[in-house]
Design a protein around this ligand. Structure first.
Ligand code: UTP
Length: 293
């Protein structure tokens, strides 16, 4: 029986330069899709996969992320006085169980691998999930729940994967693959941002992982990889052959909200999935569709 998966690390210390000036004084992960910040989607998805303990890897200017999960006492009191029960419920949904969220500071954004290493005391000897809040997945079964089930099945590392156009392999962590049953793929190698000419496949890792704690030992060596950053992909690659390692072709649609076009597409897709908003959105989309390119 693999150890139960109860912990998640959410790295949120990046600079979000692609969203400047919006991210000058606010965290990228606080940007809303429809009416909920990215970070709340990630925490709700993790809760739906049985996660009970969260570690936010934060940096300077990211305090709003922690505030978001606190109890907003004065706001609640005012809403109660005004009998705004629906809004009160929204506040409660955002708050976390006392003591369930801890934070560590990355101090200097040296890369995703470094951010995960900063959470080493929280991880201890337990398996853990990683969710990059700027990747949003719209799915019937939450993406991390699909990964958690695959972890329970395989007892090893599992990463969510999707096919990308071959000419884009230099933007992502790419898998070298062995056995493939169409859903689970055996991982035989991992490369961060390979040139399309040498990429071992076009299967890319998205921002959802379930990893064994051994990865910390490899990250601790602080070896610099692509972009001179400490890459999580390189740390994970060193576990291949020592522990089971699979890619999961998840069911659902992923939006890269760290990118402007992906972020705008997510607004439309998530709004269309909301019965209260869908008719109005559909109406204006039709009008825009008539605009010549
Ligand atoms: P990105 O590659 O999107 O980088 O990080 P970024 O800094 O957030 O954004 P851009 O590229 O400058 O616009 C992917 C995830 O990893 C976290 C980010 O917060 C984001 O959730 N990250 C990245 C860290 O926590 N620390 C790092 O050193 C790098």
């Amino acid at each position: 029986m693999p150890k139960l998966l109860r912990k998640a690390v959410l790295p949120v210390a990046g600079l979000g330069t692609r969203f400047l000036p919006a991210t000058k004084a606010t965290a990228k992960e606080m940007l809303p899709v429809v009416d909920k910040p990215l970070i709340q989607y990630a925490v709700e998805e993790a809760r739906a996969a049985g996660i009970e303990q969260f570690c936010l890897v934060t940096g300077r200017g990211k305090t709003a992320l922690v505030e978001h999960f606190d109890i907003a006492f004065e706001l609640e009191a005012t809403l109660r006085e005004r009998h705004k029960t629906r809004e009160l419920q929204l506040l409660h949904d955002a708050a976390s169980e006392p003591g369930s969220i801890v934070t560590v500071r990355q101090q200097v954004p040296l890369g995703l691998g470094h951010a995960i290493w900063c959470a080493r005391a929280f991880i201890g000897d337990d398996p853990f999930a990683i969710l990059l809040p700027d990747d949003l997945v719209l799915a019937d079964t939450p993406c991390l729940k699909q990964l958690a089930d695959a972890y329970a099945e395989t007892g090893g590392n599992v990463v969510a994967v999707t096919e990308v156009p071959r000419e884009h392999t230099n933007r992502y962590g790419i898998l070298e693959i062995g056995r493939d049953d169409g859903r689970l793929v055996e991982v035989t190698g991992l490369v961060e941002k390979p040139d399309p000419a040498v990429a071992p496949s076009n299967l890319s890792i998205i921002g959802r992982y379930v990893l064994l704690p051994e990865v910390i030992t490899h990250l601790a060596r602080m070896e610099r990889g692509a972009g001179n950053e400490v890459q999580l992909t390189d740390g994970m690659a060193q576990m291949i052959g020592r522990t089971p390692f699979h890619g999961l072709r998840y069911e659902g649609r992923r939006f890269d909200c760290g990118d402007k076009v992906g972020f705008l597409e997510a607004q439309i897709a998530f709004a269309l999935a909301r019965p209260d908003l869908a008719p109005a959105i559909r109406k204006f989309l039709r009008e825009y569709a008539e605009v010549p390119a």
